[in-house]
Design a protein around this ligand. Structure first.
Ligand SMILES: C[S@@+](CC[C@H](N)C(=O)[O-])C[C@H]1O[C@@H](n2cnc3c(N)ncnc32)[C@H](O)[C@@H]1O
Length: 249
């Protein structure tokens, strides 16, 4: 396991509260493997983007994930740092929750005045047209007191330099390679297992100011922007966790 290049991505150790919430989390029903939090990285999994086509109704018919469907759960099993945060949000909402880009259902099961988009999935959207369209759909789903909660990242230059173009073993037998395009602000991520399962995805990032503007232009107001899932206020790091609610008309 090569960890050097992803050193910056390593998750913070879980607090007691996080462990308690995780243990009682209703949805994923899965605990991290022994020692995972200590040796695994945080953000490598943020690198994803849809390459699937769209049907006549605009729905995504397939994504780069299809090719690694069997690898997805082992690939993402160390990504647990966000679960207590989203579970807490879901409990607070006391109603149905919609998860965008639900994947294998890693985050929450079933319904609920909250829309979430965990695991940097919003970065799958490649341009402002797609981002606005999705925000409009979220906005229409939410009542006046509803909330949209999602997390994104924007890489730092030194992180890019450390990981660019290198195959790294993310999990035993599962490798990733990140190719960053800082001019386009996109990341192409390749993932492969030991067999013939392989895929290439792309992800597009924005600055926090741009996220704020997009949200506000799409009829949201910002309730909070955290820098991590422990609700530390955002102060300029790579991660940003947005809590937005419909703006008062
Ligand atoms: C990083 S995974 C996150 C999955 C899940 N939310 C989780 O936390 O484990 C991103 C998910 O977004 C989905 N996705 C990608 N592009 C999408 C799009 N344009 N519309 C809807 N879902 C998309 C993928 O199929 C995948 O399930």
């Amino acid at each position: 396991m090569q960890r050097q290049a992803f050193e910056w991505l390593r998750p913070r150790p879980a607090s007691e509260e996080e462990r308690r919430l995780r243990a009682s989390a209703p949805a994923p029903g899965r605990e991290p493997g022994p020692g995972k939090e200590e040796r695994l990285t945080r953000n490598a999994h943020a690198y994803t983007i849809a390459v699937g086509g769209r049907g006549n109704n605009g729905a995504v018919e397939g994504t780069a994930y299809d090719a690694i469907a069997r690898l997805y759960d082992p690939w993402s099993r160390s990504v647990t740092e966000d679960i207590p945060f989203y579970v807490e949000e879901a409990r607070r909402a006391e109603g149905p929750v919609v998860e965008l880009g639900v994947g294998t259902g890693r985050m929450v099961d079933g319904p609920v005045p909250l829309v979430i988009c965990p695991f940097r999935s919003y970065l799958h959207l490649q341009n402002d047209r797609e981002r606005r369209r999705a925000l409009g759909a979220v906005r229409r789903l939410l009542p006046a007191d509803g909330r949209f909660v999602f997390d994104v990242f924007a890489p730092a230059d030194d992180d890019i330099a450390e990981t660019n173009g290198r195959w790294l073993e993310r999990e035993p037998g599962i490798f990733e390679r990140a190719d960053w395009d800082t001019a386009a602000r996109t990341l192409t991520l390749s993932v492969r297992g030991e067999g013939d399962e392989t895929t290439t995805m792309s992800l597009a990032w924005l600055s926090p100011l741009e996220w704020r503007m997009l949200l506000e232009e799409s009829g949201f107001e910002i309730e909070a922007c955290f820098g991590w899932f422990d609700r530390t206020p955002y102060s300029g790091g790579e991660d940003a966790i947005w809590v937005a609610r419909p703006a008062e008309r």
